[in-house]
Design a protein around this ligand. Structure first.
Ligand SMILES: NC(=O)c1ccc[n+]([C@@H]2O[C@H](COP(=O)([O-])OP(=O)(O)OC[C@H]3O[C@@H](n4cnc5c(N)ncnc54)[C@H](OP(=O)(O)O)[C@@H]3O)[C@@H](O)[C@H]2O)c1
Length: 408
């Protein structure tokens, strides 16, 4: 161990300092992201057998930082004490990064000191019995955690601690910032669109994408185009529409429609059910006008509460509404008749498996797909960056935070 490092600068390769700078969330600061973080000096994490210490060059910004900073709906610091046996009173958030391997545990064979890596956030215990039986290492594995959300040492720090299986080769063609922004959103969209057969993107399929200019949205647009489909991105302003169009999507502006939100009992009663059906029609009409009458084979859902009734309604017969979040709220409602009568599928989805991460990383490395880097923030700007995401005023695309890369 050598002496303390200066703020911002990573030490020479092979030198592991005792302490590091990190954007730290504490319970007493839970609240709006702008006030939830503070730059603190904390110990560099020590490693267990199959763990890797990564010197973070750039971190990727994710929407889960908003929930973690608020400590709502879950107090994650308490959750990690209860579920992971953590003894830490603080949380370093951040579920995406690119960086350099600084140290490896005694059992690590897939990476070595000096390797340039991207980190995928699918954290799972080395000896999870489910995974050892050859089952998927997704959220359904009992020990699975979203790294940097449900673990203490995420990427908004000079060093982060990951399981060795989380390290994948950094595509050489990318900058550190580009390499930091695609894994969580990209793999999530990839699985939603390609891993629930038979409802996968096929040539000519219309795919409706909520939050088309967001992290998931921009990766989904690329993935739909990759499969020969027709992406229809829903956004809330003209700037975001123009951005999605520049990526090749058709667009709808949700601000022009008024029927959002949960259904009520009256919306399914014979004498009053017309009200909501009439209200959703302008959106359906606008969608049909864009697509020449075709309805979506897949609806990529995450707003949840505000949009689920519409998603189920506009999805084509035999199509799938696939959902990975409740960005606008968890109390989703639907008129079940629109689901069963035309044999539609409602599918939950949560990130992906290690093999899906490898496949997605290969698609990025070989240039089939490219990261959509919208903006790079300085390390000190993490609270501002997360606040913009909470306020839905963040720029279209994915954002990076420059940490070690700011000093090379
Ligand atoms: N389970 C998983 O594995 C997983 C993985 C990644 C992300 N997620 C979750 O998925 C969600 C989206 O992530 P992201 O990275 O794309 O976030 P993001 O970059 O913040 O984009 C979210 C987009 O949602 C749209 N939106 C916000 N409120 C809405 C509403 N009431 N109705 C319709 N659209 C609304 C906004 O676009 P407009 O205002 O322009 O419409 C916004 O740009 C987040 O909740 C995130 O935590 C889950």
């Amino acid at each position: 161990m050598s002496e303390r490092i200066n703020f911002g600068k990573l030490p020479p390769l092979g030198t592991v300092p005792e302490r590091m700078w990190a954007q730290v969330v504490r319970k007493e600061r839970y609240g709006e992201p702008i006030g939830a973080f503070a730059m603190e000096e904390v110990p560099v994490p020590t490693l267990e057998k199959n763990e890797v210490l990564v010197g973070v060059m750039a971190a990727g910004l994710n929407h889960n930082s908003v929930w973690a900073a608020r400590g709502f709906p879950l107090d994650l610091i308490e959750y990690m004490k209860l579920r992971n046996g953590s003894d830490l009173d603080w949380h370093i958030i951040g579920s995406d990064c690119s960086g350099i391997v600084y140290a490896v545990g005694s059992g690590v064979t897939n990476v070595k000191v000096g390797d340039e890596v991207v980190v995928q956030p699918g954290w799972v215990e080395d000896e999870d019995p489910w995974v050892m039986r050859g089952k998927p290492d997704t959220a359904i594995a009992p020990s699975a955690r979203a790294w940097g959300f449900e673990t203490n040492h995420g990427s908004y720090a000079q060093f982060c601690k990951v399981k060795s299986r989380q390290c994948l080769p950094k595509p050489k063609r990318l900058s550190w910032e580009e390499a930091a922004v695609y894994m969580l959103s990209g793999v999530t969209s990839y699985c939603m669109l390609y891993k629930y057969p038979p409802n996968t993107v096929k040539k000519g399929d219309v795919v409706l994408i909520w939050g088309g200019s967001g992290g998931l949205g921009v990766t989904a647009i690329q993935l739909v185009l990759m499969g020969g489909g027709i992406p229809v991105a829903v956004v809330s302003n003209a700037e975001r529409a123009a951005f999605c169009q520049s990526l090749g999507a058709l667009t709808l502006n949700r601000s022009e429609f008024k029927h959002w939100g949960a259904l009520t009992k009256a919306d399914v009663m014979p004498e009053t059910q017309d009200r909501w059906v009439k209200a959703v029609r302008p959106f359906e009409k606008a969608l049909k006008e864009l697509t020449g009458g075709k309805m979506p084979a897949i609806v990529l859902e995450h707003p949840g509460e505000d949009t689920m009734p519409t998603s189920i309604r506009v999805c084509n017969g035999d199509g799938m509404v696939v959902i990975c979040a409740g960005t606008s709220g968890y109390l989703a409602t639907l008129d079940l008749r629109f689901l069963w009568l035309r044999r539609k599928r409602l599918q939950g989805s949560h990130f992906g498996e290690l093999d899906h991460c490898r496949e997605y990383n290969d698609l990025i490395a070989n240039g089939t797909l490219s990261p959509v880097l919208a903006h790079t923030y300085a390390f000190e700007e993490v609270p501002l960056a997360v606040q913009r995401m909470a306020d839905n005023t963040h720029p279209p695309g994915n954002c990076a935070v420059s940490i070690g890369s700011a000093y090379v």
